[in-house]
Design a binder for this molecule. Structure first.
Ligand code: HEM
Length: 351
């Protein structure tokens, strides 16, 4: 057995002529002590969910048809006829929802611990890119179902885009694939959802993780620390075991949600009948409410400014720090979070 094992090891060494000691040492970076507690490890959760999304998404693609005449029926077939189709669809939808929740929680943790500051500006920028791609995934995915609400949400999205100054009209035409929502729009949403966004997210995640590996994770210190205790612990196997336990727990929660709350199917899209109450998915409620409170131009301007401030926050924070000589990030963060929560709840309870 041992001889067989050493022969395999030798063969592998021959095929991959690299120094395994250096390679394993480069992976095995010391991890700050606070990551022993699972709630500081939220960053790993979206990574797990991305794998589930790709696996279930591929399975759905075997049956989904990106054609306005057949899209709705293909989703109905997946939900009601294909063996375990409802389950795969449910896992896909719940993974998407949990992905958005976990990315937002991860942003909260990074923001409120100031972990985006120098030298981690690029880590934040790549992370912010992933957030926008995740939202793009959600928007295009919702529209693929081709039920009334998904069709009209896509219409509202395209109309909003066309109101952007200078480039808006061309951008909206590009998204729609013409002057109106139709067959070409669905093809484009499909291409973005199953091709462009997965590739983009993979690249951004690799860049994000390379940055995290290069800089290490910001060390946080707490009052309950034991004096003299080492500030770090081993990535392998200690941190890997924590991440594996989180992964198993996540799969249990995801499976429970998927089985207890399977997705439904609304009315088939009808371009001639505008529904009385159009609502996007809950994660876009805050933008939708903001749109209702102001004119389209002002709403877009505010969202654009907020988006730019968010993406470039590490630099904005630095300038604010120099101007005021105080750390304004916490009050600004609390105001931003409360605004989003209030607008979301408002839209949720409004009819
Ligand atoms: C799919 C999305 C994402 C994944 C899978 C991901 C993954 C991770 C992981 C595994 C870590 C290591 C520490 C931890 O677990 O908290 C981390 C750190 C970090 N992330 Fe993300 N992330 C994502 C999105 C984002 C977003 C949207 C932002 C900000 C806009 C962001 C900013 C950061 C920063 C600044 C760090 C360094 C924190 C530190 O040094 O303590 N990430 N990310």
């Amino acid at each position: 057995m041992n001889r067989w094992r050493s022969q395999v090891a030798e063969w592998l060494k021959l095929q991959f002529p690299v120094s395994w000691e250096t390679f394993s040492a480069s992976l095995n970076e010391p991890v700050p002590n606070h990551l022993k507690k699972w709630w500081w490890c939220i960053g790993g959760i979206p990574a797990y969910l991305f794998i589930v999304l790709v696996a279930t998404g591929l399975a759905l693609t075997f049956y989904y048809v990106p054609d306005p005449e057949r899209a709705y029926d293909s989703v109905s077939r997946i939900t009601h006829e294909v063996p375990f189709g409802w389950w795969i669809r449910s896992l896909h939808r719940w993974s998407a929802t949990l992905m958005i929740i976990s990315v937002v929680l991860h942003v909260f943790r990074v923001y409120f611990t100031g972990s985006y500051r120098r030298p981690r500006e690029l880590t934040w920028l790549f992370g912010a890119g992933t957030l926008f791609v995740v939202l793009g995934f959600a928007f295009t995915g919702y529209s693929l179902v081709y039920e009334q609400l998904s069709y009209w949400a896509a219409t509202v999205g395209a109309n909003m885009t066309s109101a952007v100054p200078l480039v808006g009209e061309s951008l909206a035409r590009f998204i729609r694939g013409g002057e109106q929502i139709g067959a070409d729009t669905l093809t484009r949403f499909f291409v973005f959802h199953v091709g462009i966004f997965p590739a983009l997210l993979t690249v951004l995640l690799v860049l994000h993780i390379v940055q995290i590996r290069l800089h290490g994770i910001t060390e946080l210190h707490f009052k309950d620390e034991t004096p003299g205790e080492s500030q770090h612990f081993r990535f392998f196997p200690d941190h890997v075991i924590t991440e594996l336990i989180i992964g198993v727990g996540l799969m249990v929660v995801l499976s429970a949600f998927a089985v207890i709350f399977p997705p439904e199917l609304g009315e088939r899209a009808n371009p001639l009948v505008t529904p009385a109450h159009i609502k996007p998915e809950w994660y876009f409620y805050f933008t939708f409410r903001w749109l209702k409170l102001t004119s389209l131009g002002i709403a877009l301007l505010c969202m654009g400014v907020a988006g730019v401030l968010f993406v470039f926050w590490p630099f904005v924070d630095k300038i604010l720090g120099k101007l005021s000589r105080r750390d304004l990030s916490i009050p600004i963060g609390i105001i931003a979070v409360l605004t989003v929560i209030v607008l979301t709840v408002w839209e949720a309870v409004a009819y």
